[in-house]
Design a protein. Structure first.
Length: 263
């Protein structure tokens, strides 16, 4: 693919940034079976965009703030409610998506719903890229700093608590990192496909890895390859960039299933 225009460089850089941090975070989402949690945060992004337009705030910042608030609310509700976690997430996920769409309609806000739902990678600006870089740097630093505690929390929550790991703080940190990822990934693959970019590379890497660190590295690499292939397909065949990236990730997953799993 020949990248003659600056917007293609921006698109590629944005996609690779998201892939770099979504790989390791996706591993924790797979290990802890948090795919539905990612969906819930992603569906709240549309409401965040709406609030951003109303308050004249940059959409990425508004989405990040709304996703973090929802993550905090989920932590609170999980402690207070007697409903199962998947039921609670199902209620909030679809309610937030519906509220966002209805709010856009009622307030007659001039937003491109299709680009929000499916992504608009080729429209990434230099300002968007800087915000993505800042958020990705925060996520990467937190992952590096908290990696041992996150692993202990993931492998055996009760044992980690006995060993002195602040389980509730680690749970909250993981949710807030996912919320930040949602905010920067929305531009790449859209509200409806964010969880796919989070889960598919990690699921592919799981079959190729022997250690958690290997899985995180492979997931980031597979995500990056998916971004490159999807963006290339978008430029060559004029297909939507976000769905093309997810389709490339799905193709790599299927290829990975042909490989015999390591003992």
């Amino acid at each position: 693919m020949l990248l003659h225009s600056h917007f293609l460089w921006y698109a590629l850089a944005a996609g690779l940034l998201v892939a770099l941090v979504s790989g390791p975070l996706g591993c924790f989402a797979v290990w802890r079976r948090m795919a539905y949690f990612g969906d819930t945060l992603a569906h709240s992004a549309l409401l965040g965009v709406t609030l951003g337009f109303l308050l004249h705030i940059q959409p990425t910042l508004a989405v990040g703030a709304s996703s973090c608030l929802l993550a905090l609310m989920l932590v609170y509700l999980q402690r207070r409610q007697h409903l199962s976690v998947d039921t609670l997430l199902g209620i909030l996920s679809h309610s937030m998506l519906a509220l966002g769409i209805v709010t856009v309609s009622l307030l007659d806000i001039n937003v491109d719903l299709l680009s929000l739902l499916l992504g608009d990678l080729l429209a990434v600006s230099s300002q968007d890229l800087l915000l993505m870089l800042a958020a990705a740097a925060v996520i990467a630093l937190l992952l590096y700093w908290l990696w041992p505690k996150l692993l202990a929390f993931t492998l055996h929550e009760e044992l980690a608590a006995v060993e002195g790991v602040p389980v509730e703080k680690i749970r909250l940190a993981l949710m807030l990192m996912l919320a930040l990822l949602i905010a920067i990934a929305m531009k790449v693959v859209g509200v409806l496909l964010i969880t796919a970019l989070l889960i598919i590379p990690a699921a592919t890497a799981r079959r190729l890895s022997q250690t958690p660190e290997q899985m995180a590295g492979f997931a980031a690499l597979i995500g990056g390859i998916s971004v490159f292939l999807g963006l290339s397909a978008s430029v060559l065949w004029n297909t939507p960039a976000g769905p093309s990236i997810v389709l490339a990730a799905g193709g790599l997953f299927l290829c990975g299933q042909l490989r015999k799993a390591r003992d």
